[in-house]
Design a protein around this ligand. Sequence first.
Ligand SMILES: Nc1ncnc2c1ncn2[C@@H]1O[C@H](COP(=O)(O)OP(=O)(O)O)[C@@H](O)[C@H]1O
Ligand SMILES: [Mg+2]
Length: 432
Amino acid sequence: MNRQIVYCPNCFELCSPQETHCKACGYSLTVTQDERSLSVGDDLHGTYTVGRVLGTGGFGITYLCMDRRYSRICAIKEYFPGEWVKRLPMTKRVMLTDSRFEANYRHGLEVFLNEAKILYGLRDNSAVVNVSDFFQENQTAYLVMEYVEGETLAQHIMKQKKPLSYDEANRMIFNMASALGYIHKKGLLHRDISPDNIMLTKDGNMKLIDFGATRQYVSNETVDMSVLVKTGFSPLEQYSRSGNQGPWSDIYALAATYYYVLSGKKPLTANERCSGMTMKSLHDRQSNVPQAVSNVINTCLDMDYTKRPQNMGRFLELFRNAVLSSETPKAHMYFYQNGKMVRKWHMLPGRTVRIGRSMSECDICIEDGMISRVHCSIRYEALENAIYVTDYSSNGTYTAMGLIGKNRFQRLMMGSEIFLVSDKYRFKMEVN
Ligand SMILES: Nc1ncnc2c1ncn2[C@@H]1O[C@H](COP(=O)(O)OP(=O)(O)O)[C@@H](O)[C@H]1O
Ligand SMILES: [Mg+2]
């Protein structure tokens, strides 16, 4: 149906019906929306104006909207289970296509209400989409969220036609693992982690959306959970009502998401793996992923949930160690003499570098009578992102905070400076 457009569905500027593109943002005004969705310009709750459709799923339609009170863009998800309902022509009202679906529809509505409540309780986490309002209207329900400018990881990879880089994927997994750790601590499981439900924002951050499958769980107890499966991403225990679902289930889906964003291939489904098909490791698919990291992902994708890390804290520890152990050092030590940088060294993790006057005993030699034969030593610890300095000198080793005690390990953060005797000889450690 070709409806007369008054508002630009993308930026909400007023446009005349003769225009083909919005003068303000260039958006095409001739695109027609699916007739099952609300129309551009429709009002919701006396507060919001409906714009373009952002996404359509089995249980809902998400629209870009304008909150007229604050002239602020937002996203509104409408409960619209397409299998059971239709829109009454020329109205906003939603109605059942058959009364047989009544019970299903009511149950789905409860689940939708649950999503709203859960999201409202997670508002203080910046890695979770922010929900601001919830209301019932048009015989259905609506969830008002912040509009996340960007695209889902799935959309991003499809558009770019190439997987994420190793660094980008690591940022994703660290970001999402911390957010999930927070969610688990509240006694909740997301249960639908996948590249469709993680948004990559314009400024390079990640945000978790779609809490439609989220449930409360009781640790160490098998509770009856609804069956919810996303092929390739859901663990075996989500295929049955009595499967023991816990943080390890989200860990499986997160590892599967990591596998996909790096290789462009979904892991085999739990059913395929049950039937004996073996899955290629991530390292075999994508050789730039270090073996140690690939091994951790493999453990997280174990069919037996007891073999996986049991909580996000443990997962983060394993994953971080694997990443750090396979990293080439990026730390450098800069040497300044009378304020001028004269040399730069690569710092290897865990190695001790000795500085002093004695060429035979030291790695870095400074020929100056004020400097002791072995003046001090420096060790770089990559895992802690810190350095340890020990002073052995007569005339002292200093930091910005003062003198370092003799024969003690002094822990300093990267970026700190060390002075030998005076500020004539200065060392600075940096990660770059
Ligand atoms: N807050 C939001 N900001 C921007 N786009 C969104 C937002 N929420 C959802 N979307 C878009 O709508 C799509 C469907 O939303 P989602 O909550 O995942 O619903 P579904 O249950 O249909 O999967 C997403 O994949 C995304 O493209
Ligand atoms: Mg979704």
